[in-house]
Design a protein. Sequence first.
Length: 263
Amino acid sequence: MRNASCPGAPAERYEEVRIKLLGAFIDGLTLDQFTERIAFFIERCRSCFIITLNPELLYRSQRERSLMDIVNRADLVTADGVGIVWASRTAGQPVPERVTGIDLMMRLLQSAASHGWRVFFLGSYPGVAESASKRAVELFPGLQVAGSYHGFFSQEQNCQVVELIVGSKTQLLLVALGAPLQEKWIAANLSSLGNIAAVGVGGSLDVLSGNVRRAPRWMVRTNLEWLGRLLMEPSRWKRMLVLPKFMALVLVKYKIGKYLVSK
Ligand code: UDP
């Protein structure tokens, strides 16, 4: 969890780039820096909780105090989505870039293959995590798959899932239960999981397995990935309604509020 001090770690060098946005700490790091820092934790067998924070999760955390506490207990929080990057700029504390769950996952899988870390894939419908792990091995030869399990287990089955992960001796756990379930699950179970790096990756296993297509590259490049996802999965429209509310909140807090105070 956050504040686990690692003397001499990249963590110390990056400490000053942590920003606070609508009450949540976010690390102003690039994808390369996040990967380097997570590698540091894994190589030293330290536990590490990583959140890829999108506007929906940050907006929800405004009302759910316990969720905000979880976000602020994480060791690393990425700016997942153009909305968070925009908000950081509006607040006058720009983060360097967007670091999405899928981009972080792919980079970590690449590092896992080259460093020999064992990876566990948890989440999505039965069969998806296993297909995703097979595809990951094709993409990153030499990758060591510690195991996989679907994401629709009951509270009663939770102990078995934790035992399965612990017994697999995984070092990197990809948790694809969707936000905020995956963040709540990691926060509740990390201490039982031992010294592993656990990252919430949302629907990324669906994409890796080939069940869902990622938005075209040009849309990703031009910050229109959210629109691509909406076009491919129109059922997401309801979730998108939070975006204008999130933007209004950011503008009120960081622009209008400041203007009124200065008057
Ligand atoms: N999911 C799961 N268990 C649940 C609810 C959802 O494993 O109890 C999975 C779901 O199958 C999907 C992922 O969590 O693979 C959520 O994907 P979504 O695209 O909604 O997440 P986001 O990336 O937007 O956080």
